[in-house]
Design a binder for this molecule. Structure first.
Ligand SMILES: Cc1cc2nc3c(=O)[nH]c(=O)nc-3n(C[C@H](O)[C@H](O)[C@H](O)COP(=O)(O)OP(=O)(O)OC[C@H]3O[C@@H](n4cnc5c(N)ncnc54)[C@H](O)[C@@H]3O)c2cc1C
Length: 330
């Protein structure tokens, strides 16, 4: 249950493997979820080599599968990741990317970027085969394809789950070999004992374009962004609002002011956001979207602010893990 990118893609992988699946979604599309709000920056490089392996495999799939590329509306505009000297060496993660995307990545000098004030010794990871996708559109296209692949999509808000059944108020659906809760930040309400929390994620849309800046993350200032529709750019900084229930997330004006100040310092811009998008994601420790057993159900969540880039590969891994579980249950 749950039809963000996690639930939708896992259902797709299972349906394509011939597994009969029922998918329960809240509202369709759910414009309050992480998938709808997502900035969709995708690149292979992540400091954690395991995350880099998944993210690079996702880009390889976007590049080799025209259907997936068009569903996700992949814009291959490149990416830069500026990593401070204090972080662990980048070599292991770089290897993971180059194995899957040969020739895509090179280490560069900060002077190549229009960013000011990057500390001495920072490493710039430049990727050619990267950019951004539209996770909401990817989800909508997957949901539209599922009935043709034999999966059943039910628009029902689930109120209770167990190992072989789900309930939507008075209505019950049972007899399942496994129940997987992919409800993002709502998972912890439905599955007591889920070790996860929420974190606000917020960005602004600014009426500017910065030449020479593709999708980017600057870990030395925390600033990230990408070109956006309508000649605008999306910019954001990490939020320190942890643990709020999804319905209590509101735009954080102090955070917006910090982004504006950072844009002045790092890019010499004097600009205010036209629009602020405040949403949330489900965070786990260790971070990452994967299947976890909690009591008698499974969860598939933990995007931790990054599942737009890992979901294609993570959903394949989860489906591979699930098929034997389902076969064992029969
Ligand atoms: C503002 C923002 C920007 C981001 N930018 C990036 C980025 O640039 N790059 C990147 O890689 N990642 C990014 N992310 C992270 C990424 O978008 C998320 O990790 C990913 O979308 C999480 O997907 P999900 O399916 O786990 O959760 P969600 O998208 O939150 O989906 C959970 C779904 O479960 C449903 N649900 C919940 N409760 C119930 C219920 N009781 N019954 C039925 N359905 C239910 C909800 O309606 C929802 O549709 C961003 C996230 C946010 C919020």
């Amino acid at each position: 249950m749950g039809a963000g990118v996690a639930g939708a893609l896992l259902t797709l992988r299972l349906a394509e493997a011939g597994v009969p699946v029922d998918l329960f979604t809240g509202t369709q599309p759910d414009d309050a979820d992480a998938t709808s709000a997502s900035g969709g920056l995708v690149r292979g490089y992540e400091p954690d080599p395991a995350a880099a392996a998944l993210a690079a495999a996702g880009i390889a799939e976007l590049r080799s599968d025209p259907r997936m590329r068009s569903w996700a509306d992949f814009a291959e505009i490149g990416s830069v990741y500026v990593t401070p000297v204090s972080q662990p060496p980048v070599a292991a993660a770089v290897d993971q990317v180059l194995t899957r995307l040969p020739g895509s990545l090179r280490l560069a000098e900060p002077a190549e970027l229009p960013l000011r004030g990057v500390p001495e010794g920072a490493v710039v990871v430049r990727e050619r085969l990267a950019g951004f996708i539209r996770p909401g559109r990817l989800r909508a296209n997957v949901l539209a394809a599922l009935p043709g692949l034999g999966a059943t999509v039910h628009t029902r808000r689930i109120t209770a789950v167990s190992g072989d059944a789900v309930r939507a108020g008075a209505e019950g659906f049972d007899g399942y070999d496994a129940v997987v809760v992919a409800a993002g930040a709502w998972t912890r309400e439905l599955v007591p004992g889920t070790e996860s929390t929420t974190r606000q994620i917020q960005y602004g849309l600014y009426p500017v374009r910065v030449a020479g800046l593709p999708s980017f993350v600057d870990e030395t200032s925390g600033l990230y962004g990408r070109p956006y529709d309508g000649g605008r750019m999306l910019f954001g900084l990490s939020s320190d609002r942890w643990g709020l229930p999804p319905e209590q997330i509101r735009p954080d004006e102090e955070l917006s002011a910090r982004v504006t100040a950072c844009l002045g310092e790092r890019l010499g811009l004097d600009v205010q956001p036209e629009q602020v998008v405040a949403s949330f994601d489900c965070y786990t420790e260790p971070a990452g979207l994967r299947l976890r057993r909690v009591g008698n159900v499974l969860t598939f969540t933990g995007g931790s602010g990054g599942a737009a880039k890992t979901v294609l590969a993570a959903s394949r891994v989860a489906a591979r893990e699930l098929v034997p579980v389902l076969e064992g249950a029969r």
